[in-house]
Design a protein around this ligand. Sequence first.
Ligand code: 15L
Length: 259
Amino acid sequence: METVLITGAAGRIGRMLRTRMPREGRTLRLLDVQPIKPAPGTEVITASVADLDAMVAACEGVDAIVHLGGISGESDWAQIRDVNIEGTYAAFEAARRAGVPRVVFASSNHAVGFQVQPGDADIELPDDLSSRPDTFYGVSKVLGEALGALYHDRHGLDVVCLRIGTCADRPRDLRGLATWLSPDDCARLVEASLACPEPRIRTVWGVSANTRRIWSLDGGREIGYEPKDDAEVFAGEIGPKDEAHDEAGRRYVGGAFTL
Ligand code: 15L
């Protein structure tokens, strides 16, 4: 029997995974500050991801953590520090104390949001682009990736950091036609991150097989991720947003987060 702990399970991506990850022989242990209605094959824990004692208890008998918990956009420093930074420390430290061998960390493209998008359509940005956060939120993701590296190098945890693009039911703007990660592909990416033998420490873009994609799929394919969706099917429904917003999306990885 395999047990996977999902933090932030009541959030946007958590809800997508809860319906896509149940398997015969797998228990999903769902942790969030918001109460969650239990479903077959799940266990529910109502606690903050930043509560280290609760996290250590939640990790008992766990084979892998999918760490999604935290604020999913920009906020003031104190909030980002208390929830995202403390929460990600607690996830790695709890994994170490409880002997959980693998952590899949929901990082974000905003860890590298001020990286410049390639002007040439043939150039793809690699998975290991160096940090250029666009917000305090992006800083929390850089810090999470750094903690992942530390807990791998010092304590031997396997850590996969997913630099997720725009994970939503559908893209909403021009940038999203390049950065979209469909809910089904998100689940495929998490499953590959859980199944791949010895990932060690690695960073992988979280993006679908979009026609306008500018982020590489090489790292994803190395761990067995094969995306099936393409944002282009929504292209006809998307018009310009506003000039500054669309221009930011053409210029920088993080799009409007850089404004
Ligand atoms: C993220 O990391 C955010 O959580 C999400 O709300 C989107 O803004 C997404 O990035 C994006 O870049 O589209």
